[in-house]
Design a protein around this ligand. Structure first.
Ligand code: GTP
Ligand code: MG
Length: 452
């Protein structure tokens, strides 16, 4: 493992954007496989991660990159399906993603999930670039597979070039409305103050060399200090998902962002009730360049160094929470590590009252984002939890005194069938939406209807 010897870790890159705008196709292009084709209906079902070593990035970027200019080991890309909320995941109070790519379809333009991604990136102050995707769909476009975008653009008829420019200016205008100063990436001098827009096609690959070059350059220039870690130290990570894995029971998919986790480590994981103290039974890692969620044959490894996605098998993980911290104990007193995990969970601010609505969300981060939006709207919360909507949630919601409070807001979670039946019976409203502000808008409309 190249990370082992280096003291600079791989930057974590979140790929965000509206449904169908091309996040998975872009990663596919980068890793040269065809995950999209294997996916049911081309919809990504789960969060996955892909490590791309510097050598591969160098190959793809061609003349645009000289790998000897870089000493970061590569990039770790995290795909986010439309209905998930990776952008809200944290590490020690900050954002888990070091950097982000916001993918926008040049024809579709800004959509609700694009706006939501921008809101979260703004709140967490995460640097990002915009991939203006699907340039090949512009009428009259002649593809130049895998070429740098300026060369390909220059070869298009004038009419096609100005069509592209128009669409890009529209994106730049939108970004400016959201408070970001943006420009074509080749005009950006300082990526800390300006958002670079990279026109590309995830399908034909044109512009992908530019995207990788800008990402590596940005990481190298602005993240290098943050990437300096004690790689051999006790590992720290964030739970992405809690899943059942045949032969292993309940496992957690985690992103390790600091230190190393070993196959014989004791770990502390944030749980629904209290921190879980357990021993690692197996560390399962996808092979390099493979997708954690689609790779059926996991490889057992002895250790995993930051930054990496890893599946951790261990006893007692049933109550583990997506978005919660994972910490290796190693040479420290276990109480100290438990306190660390508790402190981090306490920092997730969710204000609950005696009377109010119930909120269920897919991760701690999304729970926090919803709660803060509800607080702004002065909507009280009686209970807020990570997890699917179950009958016991209906039992809680039906105790609300105000009819408008007999409601459950569900974000990125399943609603169990018996919960639906019980909600009908007890007249509890269940609201669900993939976009936080629309979820709250749906609920507010319901309140207005009751009050009228
Ligand atoms: P979700 O995971 O559902 O949020 O979608 P996504 O953003 O991952 O989109 P995905 O990569 O699955 O792409 C959606 C559709 O757009 C697929 O049919 C892709 O083939 C197509 N597509 C993606 N990128 C491009 C592109 O650059 N050009 C063209 N022509 N089609 C593209
Ligand atoms: Mg996808």
């Amino acid at each position: 493992d190249t990370n082992e010897s280096s003291s600079l870790r791989t930057p974590i890159v979140a790929v965000l954007g509206h449904v169908d705008h091309g996040k998975t196709t872009l990663l596919d292009k980068i890793r040269g496989s065809a995950v999209t084709e294997g996916e049911a209906g081309a919809i990504t079902q789960h969060i996955g991660s892909t490590a791309v070593p510097l050598s591969v990035i160098g190959e793809m970027a061609g003349d645009l990159v000289d790998p000897t200019d870089f000493d970061l080991p590569g990039l770790l890309f995290i795909d986010t399906p439309g209905h998930h909320s990776f952008s809200t995941l944290r590490s020690r109070g900050g954002a888990l993603a070091d950097i982000a790519i916001v993918v926008v379809d040049v024809t579709d333009g800004f959509q609700p999930q694009t706006e939501e991604a921008l809101d979260i990136l703004k709140r967490t102050q995460t640097p990002f670039i915009v991939a203006a995707n699907k340039v090949d769909t512009i009428p009259g476009w002649n593809p130049n597979d895998d070429q740098p975008i300026q060369a390909s653009k220059d070869r298009q008829p004038d009419r096609v070039q100005s069509d592209l420019d128009e669409r890009l200016y529209e994106l730049i205008g939108h970004l400016s409305d959201e408070g970001f100063s943006a420009d074509f990436y080749w005009r950006v001098q300082n990526f800390q103050n300006n958002i670079g827009v990279v026109p590309l096609s995830a399908l034909t690959g044109e512009g992908v060399p530019d995207l990788l070059t800008v990402l590596m350059g940005l990481s190298q220039r602005y993240l290098k200090e943050e990437m300096a870690i004690d790689v051999a130290g006790p590992g720290a990570g964030t739970v992405l998902e809690v899943t059942d894995e045949r032969g292993f029971g309940t496992t957690i998919d985690a992103v390790v962002y600091d230190g190393t986790i070993r196959a014989d480590d004791q770990i502390v994981v944030g749980g629904l009730e209290e921190p879980i103290v357990t021993e690692v039974r197996a560390l399962l890692q996808p092979r390099p360049l493979a997708e954690i969620r689609t790779e059926k044959e996991f490889e057992k490894v002895d250790s995993v160094a930051a930054a990496a996605g890893v599946k951790i098998a261990a006893p007692d993980l049933d109550d583990a929470m997506a978005g919660a911290p994972v910490r290796v104990v190693r040479d420290r007193p276990v109480e100290e590590v438990i306190a660390e995990v508790e402190a981090e969970l306490a920092a997730v601010e969710v204000q609950t009252e005696e009377e109010g609505i119930v909120v269920k969300a897919d991760t701690l981060g999304s729970l926090e984002a919803i709660s803060s939006t509800l607080a702004d709207e002065e909507i009280p919360i009686m209970r807020a939890e990570v997890g699917d909507v179950a009958p016991r949630d209906i039992r809680v919601a039906e105790t609300a005194n105000e009819p408008t409070h007999r409601a459950i807001l569900a974000f990125g979670v399943d609603i169990l069938d018996d919960a639906v039946a019980l909600a009908d019976q007890e007249d509890v409203g269940i609201f669900e939406h993939d976009v936080i502000y629309q979820l709250i808008e749906d609920y507010s409309e319901h309140v207005t209807a009751i009050e009228e």
